[in-house]
Design a protein around this ligand. Structure first.
Ligand SMILES: Cc1ncc(C[n+]2csc(CCOP(=O)(O)OP(=O)(O)O)c2C)c(N)n1
Length: 279
């Protein structure tokens, strides 16, 4: 595997971004007192690396032609998307505590009325197929834009995901990167169907694959850099992530699909996050 040297200052900057995003997420879930916080905290490092290092996009023009795109297939991970967009200055910080309110742009699953949303989520298993359409479209237009599609381990149980995986390798979409968030949970328990060995399955479907600790910034940045090489194959990065990452009491929680805590506990969670960051 090609080794990638990443500047320490760059990594430190991205870790600081991810920490801020985790703070934004706690603030969001605190509004309604609940939310998909566990998954958001887990995927924060990957989104920080994408939006603040790997992707070519402009916070000032979210519709810019030929932009790199992030496609969030797992719609209920929206809390992480709102957090990265808030960190980039696209969403005002004051709006974050409207998360999940009925008239809010920041819904608990992605809507087309929210900023920076490339596809409407909610129905799982749809993202990779849509990302393929976008990747083919950009190729036909002759741009260098790349598509980064997040999907969850639960979505690996959808037939549509594997149909899309076959199509991407058939068409040699080397401008497509799938980020497969393997957090090991599916709703209120462990993953229902055993999908292992996940990496081997993607390799067998013709993808260039690697498997990393999705909460280690150095590994995430290096894996994304390796996907820049265009060798007629789509790329899959299997991210092993920790639900609740950054807040110890959530990391060890048995059920972290939908987090609800008492109003008195939010300060404690925020303090735990700061404490872990200081270590
Ligand atoms: C097509 C479809 N089937 C079922 C659901 C209901 N559903 C919502 S979240 C969820 C769990 C999915 O697990 P995973 O995607 O791994 O997400 P995580 O548990 O990590 O949040 C399910 C089955 C859905 N949203 N879409």
């Amino acid at each position: 595997m090609q080794s990638v040297e990443v500047d320490q200052a760059v990594l430190d900057g991205l870790r600081a971004r991810a920490l801020n995003m985790r703070r934004h997420m706690v603030r969001m879930a605190r509004g309604p007192g609940q939310g998909y916080l566990g998954q958001g905290l887990a995927i924060a490092d990957a989104l920080a690396a994408l939006y603040f290092h790997e992707m070519r996009w402009s916070p000032a023009d979210l519709q810019r032609e030929g932009r790199d795109r992030f496609i969030l297939s797992t719609g209920h991970y929206s809390i992480a998307l709102w957090a990265v967009l808030a960190e980039a200055g696209v969403i005002p910080l004051t709006e974050l505590n409207t998360y999940g309110a009925s008239d809010s742009r920041l819904a608990m699953s992605t809507l087309d009325t929210s900023p920076g949303v490339e596809m409407i989520g909610g129905s799982l298993g749809q993202g990779l197929g849509q990302a393929i359409g976008m990747a083919m479209g950009e190729r036909m237009r002759g741009t260098n834009a790349r598509m980064f599609c997040e999907l969850s381990d639960g979505e690996l149980q959808e037939g549509a995901t594997w149909e899309a995986a076959m199509a991407a390798s058939h068409f040699g979409l080397d401008n497509l990167v799938a980020l497969i968030d393997c957090n090991g949970i599916q709703a209120d328990g462990p993953i229902v169907l055993d999908m292992e060995p996940i990496r081997e399955k993607w390799s067998a479907f013709g993808w260039q694959t690697e498997e990393i600790d999705g909460n280690d910034m150095g590994s995430v940045v290096a894996a994304l850099a390796r996907c820049r090489s265009r060798r007629q194959k789509p790329h899959a990065i299997i991210l092993r992530t920790k639900p609740g990452c950054g807040i110890r009491s959530l990391e060890v929680r048995e059920k972290s699909h939908f987090i609800r805590v008492d109003s008195t506990e939010w300060d404690l969670l925020a303090a735990e996050l700061n404490q872990e960051a200081a270590q």
